[in-house]
Design a protein around this ligand. Sequence first.
Ligand code: SAM
Length: 291
Amino acid sequence: MAADKVFHSRSQGIPSEGVKDQYADGIAARIWKKYIGDSNQRTQNYKDFLTGILRKHGCSNVLDAACGTGIDSMMLVDEGFKVVSVDASDKMLKHALKARWEKRKDPRYDEWVIEEASWETLPQDIDSFLPGAKFDAVICLGNSFAHLLDEHEDQRTQKMCLENFAKVLKPGGLLVIDHRNYDAMIDSGATPGHSIYYNSKYPVDIKTSVLVVRGKPELVALDYCICPTENGDVSQKSEFRLCYYPHKLNKFTQMLDEAFKNRATHDIYADFKELSQVPEPAYYIHVMKKL
Ligand SMILES: C[S@@+](CC[C@H](N)C(=O)[O-])C[C@H]1O[C@@H](n2cnc3c(N)ncnc32)[C@H](O)[C@@H]1O
């Protein structure tokens, strides 16, 4: 099947400046919150996978490096982890800060730190509010890293950000980072409608467009549409577009190994299962353990 739209461009790369904070107008942030639901709507598979792997490796303090509206962080706080949550988008953080305020009577939430930080300046940003802090684990989940488009052909900004994740980890610490299966999305032009992360109660239609620059797929745009339902649960159509860098599995694996200077173990999971068990997964999840 062909992509819903394929753009061919002869321009010099991708428009990284224009899409830096894709949540800046607040619209995607508001609809995203609706799309993902609350922490009770996390799939059990996801929750078991993440908390299981963190506990197995003895991680207690966790940096959620793409906390968005705070949903993963809250799941971890509820499970007894000590969480520092950062995001580059103040529009997304606004929802996380509100959620923390609503939980102010729950003592587990007293120590939940929420701050603005960018992957590009992560060690310095963290130093500014928690000097010298290093973490047992860094998570960057929900296809977040692919938000970082990189106008450099050698992907140097992305590589620097991955190195920054490695820098803020303690020795023995874990990086858990995912991306959609862009290899399959580019080949088929389609995005799986279901999510392994969210049990969204809303019917979501996702239209896929691929931008091809000099014969190479350089950007995937997903148009999310939450459609009206017959029973009236959803009365209005809500739409937003997010643009992603289409990380191919082999290349991203290599970039991660290099970011850790090949001094990390590297396991790859498919939809939270062993790679061999899922022939065409929706997501790949990489777990790096810094040596
Ligand atoms: C799809 S949301 C996912 C949020 C959350 N993990 C979830 O699953 O709901 C991606 C998040 O990555 C954040 N982000 C994108 N680029 C970033 C950067 N350079 N530094 C920090 N956060 C960034 C966005 O602001 C957004 O909140």
